[in-house]
Each structure stands twice: as structure tokens, then as C-alpha cells.
Design a protein around this ligand. Sequence first.
Ligand code: SF4
Length: 340
Amino acid sequence: MSAAGGAPKVSSSLLHQRILSWYAKEARNLPWREPGTSAWAVLVSEVMLQQTPVVRVEPAWRQWMSRWPIPAALAASAPGDAVHAWGRLGYPRRALRLHAAAVAIVERHGGQVPDRSTELLALPGVGTYTAAAVSTFAFGRRTSVVDTNVRRVFARVVSGVGQAAPSLTRAETDLATTLLPDDADEARVWGVAVMEVGALVCLARAPRCAACPIRDLCAWQLANRPAYEGPVRRSQAWHGTDRQCRGHHPGNVESHDPTRHGNRGGRRMARRRPPTRPVSGEPGQGWSGRTSGRRRVPAAGSLEPDPWHRGHRKSVMQHRIAVMAAPWLGNLMPPVAAVP
Ligand code: SF4
């Protein structure tokens, strides 16, 4: 099919067969993929994996689930405990949103993670991707799950272009729906299987085509891998990212997508903090404004990564570092910002 959309020329059933068979043999063993994993555990893994590699998430996830195996357990704890337990996963606002989600689950759903998309989407910190992921990975719903890895694989295999568009398009979501297997069991595994292909084989910068289970079906490969000529992605979006390195999403972590922020293998974002921001005392976007010298507290109501924060890691390497810890946590929080 063309990059703009339309019915795929490749056989959907053959794609399903190849990718699902490959996944059955090659998928990594990740704890949140094990049969019987609770919806809460899946939700926690999804939130942790939003911006953190699998290798760092796994031990934190195990500790988290040991301490708070159900939403009610986390809801009964202080938000600061959640942030503290977040450790070095980064972007600790996610811990606050996860705590808020636990409270909402207790208050609105009797402590059970809801299985309806509308109810999932109403939870703090749960966006379209996370809702779809929980819906299909935890509840087996026949729902298409589209993250950066999936978009890249479909762009290459079906559309014949080297990378997906800068932002998710309607054509992509329609294509993902079209490619969803009819069989419920296959559909439940399909999303994570495609993600795994994107994470382990169809890497952003150096796809391992020789090891690819769908090499002979890949439009981009068959066209001799033409250079990408579409619009360039300027920055990474929050939803639908590699997170997506999730293990459900296992791994985009291993991929080397230069557009990815964080340390998932690609070059890190080099954006610097806006020069107008003072050294201390003034909150940046996404921060509560509750400051104390060099210490700041993330805003509980904001999970969107602010541009300055996205670039802080690079700044850490280039400027004098100031470790900012939540004042109510002493020095237990990981570095979250750099001050030139
Ligand atoms: S053949 Fe290469 S580009 Fe195509 S899906 Fe496989 S790894 Fe990706």
C-alpha cells in the first residue's frame, strides 16, 4: 500500500503467521507478560515503560508490585512514598500520576482496574496508548495498540517508507485496525508481537533485515530501502512513543531511534533549558512552583514532559549539575534537572 494509506498489498494472514510465530520463539521473558499478570501490574508496567528502558524498569516494577500489589495498597500510601519508590526511573511525575490513578481506581471502581476504554482514559496519567495497552494486554480486548515501534514496522512493511510520519496519522490508526487479526487470541498477542519486532529487529537506525521474519514481505526492503523523503520529526511526542519500549512493548529499548529522548539507545535530545528560566525558584512547565532553593516538586496534575525537561540529560553533560530533590524526600530523589 502507499504511504498515505489504503489497503495493504501484503497478505495480512501471512504477516500474522510470520510475526506471531517469530514472537512465540523470540519474545523476551518479561514479568508483566506472564500469564495471570493483573491489570494493575500491567498498568504499572505501562506507566513505568513510558519513558524508561525495560532493563531499568524490571527491578523497579518487581519492587513496586511487591510493595503495592493492588491499587488500594498504593492509594493508602502517601504520594511521597510512590515518588521515593520510583527511584531512578526518571520523570517522577509518573509516580504521582500512578498514585492518583490508584486513588481513582479505589474511589471509582472499587479497587479494580476498569476494563472499559472510557474509564481507563479517565484515570490520571492514562492516555490513548496506555488505555489500549491495558485493554488488550490485561483484558484481552481486540484493540489495536500503536506505538512508535509499531508505526515504524508498518511504515516499512506495508507503506514502503523508511520511517513513520512525524506524528500519528488517521491512516496509520486505520491501517493498524485493518491489520488486527480477526481471531481474539491472535489479536491479543498481535500488538506486543509487532512491538517486539520493532524493538529487536526492525530497529530505527539499523534494522536487522537479515534476521527479520517478514523480510520477503517488507515493501521497504523489496524497494531496496529508499531514503526517507517525508517530513522530519522535530521532537518526540508523549503518547505513542517508544516507551514504548515497553515490554508489552518490550523493547524499544534496544532500538536506536535518534528521535527518542531519554537513553533508549538513540542520541539524547540536546535541547537546553530556556535561558529565561532562573537558576532556582521559578518553576518550569510541568512543575508545581513549589520550590525551595534548588529543590522542586513536580506538579501532580501534569504528566506531559516539558521541552526543557526533555533536554535536561544533555544539559547534565554540558553544564554544572544541580540535583533537585523534593524537599519532603530529602536527598533520596534522583537528579531531575540541571542548572547551567
Ligand atoms: S525487512 Fe528490515 S525494514 Fe523490513 S520489517 Fe524487517 S527489519 Fe524492518
